[in-house]
Ligand binder design. Structure first.
Ligand code: 5AD
Ligand code: FES
Length: 351
């Protein structure tokens, strides 16, 4: 197997937007710098056909690091006694939105651990406040698993989008990364409910999680191909010192960027963020991601006082910078690969 045998597969992917699971696994297992360059070139062409040279941006507000879950990879897991817990008040969150709006954001993402203090009625009140102050903005929620009726209530209160990474599309691998209290089937049911209700849904997975193989990643790609989300967030697994997976090897920027190109070819209109984890594992990781098919960045708008506390993984970047500094920094990074950061809601385009 060499890149010559992979080039026909790559052409087939670009033409048909799908491969078999075995073919995805081959494309990953036998990748070379040449296959990566070919995929990236095709991915850039595909993204430019749908989104031109625009890069969308979302203001991320990390509302709480309390979490009832105990995922083995995550620094804000319930059992982590070293995590300095915080939750933002409604006033804090509205102040972040005001600052974000001033900076040009037209999407706000409220993300947090599964924290009972963010009850459905409270989040509904917040949504109504944000939507009445900023009717031209989209609001994305990323607050974990809920029952369908709760997702429906939040949608009715004005939520436009929901991010819930599936983390891995393989039930056994899911069980290796999560305690038994979390069920793969329920997570997938949540994603289906969200889509059914009418949300623009983002799924996503860890790259390089311990024990992950090309065959497991092929399942993630097949899942995305079939589910057809609006967004797919992927980033390298990065060990966090206070978690059970502290001594495992991290994922790589190289494989993450490779998968971004494949995802772009699977679904040309997919919203694909160049994630903070990608920028953490490699200083120019986000630029490499944008140059290989990504079209979204999600700078941090959380108050500086809590930034360091939302420590999902070690070494997280952007914890010392004001929102405005992150925007300036990202404008430069986006421009360095020939693209432009735009101020718009950045909805998915239908082709
Ligand atoms: N490394 C990389 N990503 C992580 N996440 C949580 N912990 C880690 C880690 N150690 C990701 C998960 C989650 C998102 C909010 O952050 O994929 O869905
Ligand atoms: Fe936050 Fe560069 S994006 S400092």
């Amino acid at each position: 197997m060499n890149e010559r045998t992979l080039f026909p597969l790559i052409n087939k992917l670009a033409r048909c937007h799908q491969l078999t699971e075995a073919e995805y696994a081959q494309l990953i297992r036998f990748r070379t710098p040449e296959t990566a360059a070919r995929l990236a070139a095709l991915a850039r062409t595909a993204r430019e056909a749908v989104y031109g040279t625009e890069v969308y941006t979302r203001g991320l507000i990390e509302v709480s690091n309390f979490c009832r879950n105990d995922c083995y990879y995550c620094g804000i897991r319930r059992s982590n006694q070293n995590c300095d817990r915080y939750r933002l008040s409604d006033e804090d969150i509205l102040a972040c939105c005001a600052e974000g709006y001033r900076l040009g954001f037209r999407t706000f993402v409220l993300q947090g651990g599964e924290d009972g203090a963010f009850s459905v009625p409270r989040v509904c009140r917040l949504l109504r406040a944000i939507k009445s102050d900023y009717p031209d903005c989209a609001v994305t929620l990323s607050l974990g698993e809920m029952e369908r009726a709760d997702y429906q209530a939040l949608y009715n209160a004005g939520a436009d989008r929901y991010l819930l990474r599936h983390e891995t599309a393989d039930p056994d691998h899911y069980a290796a990364l999560h305690p038994a209290a979390l069920s793969f089937d329920h997570r997938i049911q949540c994603l289906r409910d969200l889509k059914d209700i009418g949300y623009q849904v983002g799924c996503g997975f860890l790259v390089g999680s311990p024990g992950q193989t090309p065959e497991l990643l092929a399942k993630d790609l097949k899942f995305v191909e079939e589910f057809q989300p609006a967004m797919c967030g992927i980033g390298p697994f990065i060990p966090q010192q206070d978690t059970p997976l502290r001594d495992e090897a991290p994922g790589t920027a190289e494989l993450t960027v490779y998968l971004l190109s494949i995802l772009r070819l699977i679904q040309p209109n997919l919203l694909l963020p160049a994630t903070t984890a990608l920028g953490t594992i490699q200083p120019n990781g986000r630029e490499l991601g944008l140059a290989a098919g990504a079209n979204v960045v999600m700078p941090n708008l959380s108050p500086l006082s809590v930034r360091k506390k939302y420590a999902l993984y070690d070494g997280k970047i952007c914890t010392g910078e004001e929102g405005a500094q992150c925007v300036g920094c990202l404008q430069g990074r986006v421009a360095s690969v020939g693209y432009t950061l735009v101020s718009s809601r950045g909805d998915i385009r239908t082709i």
